[in-house]
Design a protein around this ligand. Structure first.
Ligand SMILES: Cc1ncc(COP(=O)(O)O)c(C=O)c1O
Length: 395
């Protein structure tokens, strides 16, 4: 391997959310990676820094071209251009503005729970009502409950989709997206597809951009994309809102301006262009490394702690673990994830994300961020086993 993912800089004391919010614990929680960025990104930022002036900037054509080329080449998504892509400060900003543009107070927004926790405040801040369509869990895998989706879609204005899905690690297939699109179309539901995790998929699971579905479905949708997760530049805060339909594009631009998040920071375009133009080899090696991290966790826990169910990771670097077998006799499920997370922090100094923050359907589960050197991840898993046993046996 040309890039060494076994090494990572010490992030403690750098004001890192992941490392410095719960000091003294091993943080396998918030979704950023411990790896240094691709050298090409660091070099491009260094060159930009050298200039020494950081006033307001235009977004150059080369920004749109780099994004368009990347998605066409890697994902078969043709046609991204300056006319349909709006740069913004983040994916949360993008879907929040999209919600503002497509809903009225009181409208219902459909989410497939457990789902990314920052969907919930965006729905609330737009004065909409959250309508859960829990994914169906068959102890092995999560799938969409089609009857339930049809039923819920009849009441909803918008579907806020996560493709690939955080936290359950599913990469929706084209067939699943087509069925979803059909249901939304029949019920006149607008689709906002959050595709921030799209680059991080593993063998046998390809990301299908919502925008590559048949035109009739794409017209009534927007997609939120960004290189930040895959290239570990989330703190630079750069993302794009894609709208194929010119009327939708206009509404989105207005909403982004109303929310005052249509201007990007001076390092955003530089980082995005370096990632998409020069980051491909790094990304492919990262994907390989993360795939092996995921296998390591799955095999290790299967051998050492068969009581937990580790969901197969199709995409993202966030693993989803069913921990309900740690429940003590007569212990209620409600509140378990939080109690277990606290116990892990206090007894084995490990920070994981409690599943319940992703909605009621996530209760009993924990989310583990595997984007760190393998030895650190194994340390985390050893702590997890000790914490699991002590929680369970400490009646
Ligand atoms: C599904 C999803 N959407 C959006 C975000 C955050 O995006 P941003 O930092 O660009 O606002 C995350 C971060 O973890 C995420 O998992």
């Amino acid at each position: 391997m040309k890039f060494n993912f076994d090494q990572s800089p010490d992030r403690r004391g750098t004001e890192s959310v992941k490392w410095d919010l719960y000091p003294g614990t091993l943080p396998l929680w918030v979704a950023d990676m411990d790896f240094k960025v691709a050298p090409a990104i660091q070099q491009a930022l260094q060159r930009r820094l050298e200039h020494g002036v950081f006033g307001y900037e235009l977004v150059p054509d080369s920004y749109f071209e780099a994004t368009g080329r990347w998605f066409a080449r890697r994902h078969g998504w043709e046609g991204i251009s300056k006319e349909n892509l709006i740069p913004t400060t983040g994916v949360i900003a993008a879907y929040s503005a999209a919600l503002k543009a497509t809903t009225q107070p009181g409208d219902k927004v459909l989410v497939m729970t457990p789902c990314y926790n920052a969907f919930f405040p965006a729905i609330e801040h737009n004065k909409c009502e959250q309508l859960d369509c829990p994914l169906s869990y068959n102890e092995k895998q999560y799938i969409i409950d089609w009857d339930l989706l049809e039923q819920k879609a009849a009441q909803a204005k918008v579907l806020l989709l996560c493709n690939p899905h955080n936290p359950v690690g599913r990469v929706w297939t084209r067939e699943e997206l087509l069925l979803t699109a059909g249901i939304c179309q029949r019920n006149n539901v607008f689709v906002i597809s959050d595709e921030i995790h799209c680059e991080l998929t593993y063998p046998g699971h390809d990301y299908t951009p919502w925008a590559t579905l048949p035109e009739e479905f794409v017209q009534n949708s927007v997609s939120c994309i960004s290189p930040t997760k895959a290239f570990n530049i989330a703190g630079i805060q750069i993302a794009n809102l894609f709208a194929a339909n010119p009327q939708v594009y206009k509404k989105m631009l207005e909403a982004l301006h109303k929310n005052q998040c249509a201007d990007i920071n001076v390092f955003g375009a530089t980082a995005l262009k370096a990632a998409y133009n020069e980051g491909e080899e790094w990304l492919d090696q990262l994907r390989d490394y993360l795939f092996h991290n995921a296998r390591t966790v799955a095999c290790f826990l299967e051998d050492e702690l068969p009581e937990v169910n580790v969901l197969p990771l199709e995409g993202t670097y966030l693993m989803w673990i069913d921990c309900r077998k740690a429940l003590k006799p007569n212990e209620p499920l409600e509140g378990f994830s939080e109690r277990f997370a606290k116990h892990l922090q206090e007894t084995v100094q490990l920070t994981l994300s409690p599943g319940s923050i992703y909605g009621k359907a996530g209760e009993g589960f924990m989310r583990v961020n595997i984007a760190c050197p393998r030895s650190r991840l194994l340390d985390g898993m050893q702590r997890f086993i000790v914490g699991f046993e002590s929680y369970k046996n400490n009646a």
